[in-house]
Design a protein around this ligand. Structure first.
Ligand SMILES: CC(C)(COP(=O)(O)OP(=O)(O)OC[C@H]1O[C@@H](n2cnc3c(N)ncnc32)[C@H](O)[C@@H]1OP(=O)(O)O)[C@@H](O)C(=O)NCCC(=O)NCCS
Length: 166
C-alpha cells in the first residue's frame, strides 16, 4: 500500500509557533511548545500539517508502538470545521500508520467531545473504557479500532475516502 499524504505535509520544527497557536485555539488545555518539540523529536511519530492561504488549517500526529498506532492529537482550526478536513487528516494519519506496520488503532478523547466522538465512530473506533482524570479536569474515553490492517477495515477506509476530495 502506498501512502498518499494528499494535501498534507510532514510537520517540521518551524511549524511549532503556528501549531502552538492552533493548540491554544482548539483545546482547553493546550500542549506546550516543549511538548510539541519533544513529540517532533521522538521516534515512531508522524505529525502532519494542512496549510491554508493564511496559515495552518489543521494538524495531527500518530505514534506507532509494537503494532499499535496511537492517534496523539488532531485539530482543525474552527472556521474550517465541518468541511471534511478532520476526516481527511485522520485518513492520512491512519494511512501512514498502516504503511509503517500498524495492526490496531487507539486514542483518547474528552468524554464531552461530541465532535471528535462522531469523527472517530465514523472510522470504526469503539469505546473500551474510561480513564478517570486523564485530562486533569475531565475523564478520557479510550477507543480502539482493532484489525485495522485487515481487508474489512481497509474497505471501510476506501469508502470514507470516496466521500472526500482526497
Ligand atoms: C474533532 C475535529 C478534529 C473534527 O474536524 P472536522 O474538520 O470538523 O471534521 P469533519 O468535517 O471531517 O467531520 C467528520 C465527522 O465528525 C463528526 N463531527 C464533526 N464536528 C461535529 C460536531 N460539531 N458535532 C457532532 N459531530 C461532529 C461528524 O460525525 C462528522 O461527520 P459528518 O460531517 O458526515 O456528520 C474538530 O472539531 C476539532 O479540531 N475540534 C477541536 C480539537 C479536538 O477536539 N480534537 C480532537 C481531540 S481528541
Amino acid at each position: 500500500m502506498e501512502v498518499s499524504l494528499s494535501r498534507f505535509r510532514p510537520m517540521v520544527e518551524t511549524d511549532v509557533p503556528a501549531v502552538l497557536a492552533l493548540e491554544h485555539r482548539a483545546f482547553p488545555v493546550p500542549w506546550t511548545r516543549q511538548m510539541l518539540r519533544d513529540e517532533l523529536a521522538a521516534r515512531n511519530r508522524t505529525y502532519l500539517i494542512l496549510d491554508g492561504e493564511t496559515g495552518i488549517v489543521a494538524y495531527g500526529g500518530v505514534m506507532l508502538v509494537d503494532g499499535d498506532a496511537h492517534i496523539m492529537t488532531m485539530a482543525v482550526d474552527e472556521p474550517n470545521r465541518r468541511q471534511g478536513t478532520g476526516t481527511s487528516l485522520l485518513l492520512a494519519l491512519i494511512d501512514s500508520a498502516l504503511v509503517a506496520g500498524a495492526e490496531h488503532l487507539t486514542l483518547e478523547l474528552r468524554v464531552s467531545n461530541e465532535a471528535a466522538l462522531g469523527l472517530y465512530e465514523k472510522f470504526g473506533f469503539a469505546p473500551v473504557g474510561i480513564r478517570p482524570g486523564y485530562y486533569v479536569d475531565e475523564d478520557a474515553l479510550v477507543m480502539w479500532a482493532v484489525d485495522a490492517a485487515g481487508a474489512e477495515y481497509r474497505r471501510m477506509l476506501d469508502r470514507i475516502r470516496e466521500g472526500t476530495n482526497e
